[in-house]
Write a protein that binds this ligand. Structure first.
Ligand code: PMT
Length: 403
């Protein structure tokens, strides 16, 4: 995901330094070449050795260290960077940068870089609310730097309030977002994800193995690429990607109502949810008691949401998914045509690494013009990237028609 990307991780002195270690791990795992610069104060909380071992690069600590400068000078490092992250960024560091001060290696490197700067503040909540700090933060925002909002919770000083360093996963996501090309800016995108649950009685339901991972990956990547994303999701354990509006639903009927409510504003709809085709004719008011050896549960058809959208499609781009266990292409092609879609993503869910509740998928894209594209095993994020590359072209063509 970040292969070929050089990132400088600037670490200043705060108790949250330990979270920067986890952030470094996420960045390197994604393939980035990360160079860590630590302030003097940061080294009071953690030794450079931890960062060195995890990054595989020498940690930079000293502006006047001849050896470090000879290996790779701070100016050339700052120049080579694709992204500069400051995490944690203390009030002191932010104040110095806001006023153009460069009195140590980290602040000098920040001054010398042309890379986008992602600043992740962490401090005591009173400090965070101090007008002097807020003025400095505004100077950074006005200068075009990306400043993350701190999290709220229990702080290291024992107080509760706003000022905590956000979770490393959130900083990682923000870094991906800063790096992403905003080629879907202005696109109103509606995604569905996860399973539906059709209740039998107050304690039982009919459902399927969908985890929501495929739909959430599409929502995250689209939001990163600048789209305005609404995610209608059945029950999942996943965290809603930042910047995404999520509408949680449970049954197919609820999903239909939520999707139809969002449909008029949408320019692109991607339906990756696994909607139950049938539901119990009657939901028992009380828990059903065990009685006869056999039980027949009468089921009735759920509405086909995607088919309904296909009838009212207009100039929207409509993308469906097809989860199949046999005759993959034939069944997917039938759904593409029957539901009036521009594209359908066919996955053979009987294959290892594909479909339900895994981080990867094996897909084919079937286009309305008959073209079929096949792919090897990819992560669901990679599938989302590939799919959104095609969606972008369809969306632009639709915009052209409307315009
Ligand atoms: O959530 P994960 O664990 O990551 O798994 C991903 C996935 C396997 C769920 C996903 O890749 C996938 O294949 N989603 C579609 C599953 C499905 O219901 O396929 P289908 O062939 O039954 O439906 C075809 C299309 O019609 C789908 O876009 C579906 O959202 C839609 N549909 C189906 C039935 C219905 N009543 N209403 C619908 O809108």
């Amino acid at each position: 995901m970040l292969q070929g990307t050089t990132i400088i991780l600037g670490v200043s002195g705060g108790i949250a330094v330990y979270k920067a270690v986890e952030l470094l791990r996420l960045l390197t795992k994604a393939g980035a070449d990360v160079h860590v610069v630590m302030t003097q104060n940061a080294q009071e909380f953690m030794t450079p050795l931890t960062f060195q071992a995890l990054s595989g690069n020498q940690v930079h600590t000293d502006l006047f260290n001849l050896h470090q400068e000879q290996e790779i000078g701070h100016i050339s490092l700052a120049d080579r960077a694709d992204l500069f992250i400051l995490a944690p960024a203390t009030a002191n560091l932010i104040g110095k940068i806001a006023h153009g001060l460069a009195d140590d290696l980290l602040t000098t490197s920040v001054m010398a870089t042309k890379a986008p700067l992602l600043v992740v503040p962490a401090m005591n909540s009173n400090m965070y609310e101090n007008p002097l700090y807020l003025r400095n933060e505004k100077l950074l925002v006005d200068s075009g730097f990306h400043v993350m909002e701190p999290a709220t919770g229990e702080l290291a000083c024992g107080w509760r309030g706003k000022g905590k360093l956000p979770a490393p996963e959130q900083i990682f996501e923000a870094a991906l977002s800063v790096l992403a090309t905003k080629d879907l800016l202005g696109c109103q995108l509606l995604v569905t994800a996860g399973p539906t649950r059709e209740e039998i009685d107050p304690v039982r339901y009919l459902s399927n193995y969908s985890s929501g991972k495929m739909g959430f990956a599409i929502a995250a990547v689209a939001s990163r690429r600048g789209a305005s994303v609404t995610l209608v999701s059945g029950p999942t354990d996943l965290t809603v990607p930042s910047g995404v509006k999520c509408v949680p639903v449970c049954s197919a009927e609820e999903m239909r109502a939520a999707v139809l409510a969002e449909f008029s504003a949408a320019e692109v709809v991607i339906k990756s949810a696994a909607v139950a085709d049938y539901r119990p004719v009657k939901r028992a008011e009380q828990k059903m008691k065990k009685q006869a050896d056999e039980l027949t549960l009468p089921l009735e058809k759920n509405p086909d949401i995607l088919a309904e959208l296909g009838e009212q499609k207009g100039e929207r781009v409509l993308v469906g998914f097809a989860a199949e266990t046999e005759r993959l292409l034939a069944h997917a092609a039938d759904k593409l045509k029957r539901k009036n879609l521009d594209l359908i993503v066919a996955n053979d869910v009987s294959k290892e690494g594909a479909g339900f509740n895994v981080d990867t998928n094996i897909v084919r894209f079937l286009h309305a013009n008959g073209e079929v594209e096949g792919f090897d095993l990819m992560t669901k994020e990679q599938v989302a990237e590939q799919l959104l590359n095609r969606v972008r072209l369809l969306w632009q063509a639709a915009q052209h028609k409307i315009g």
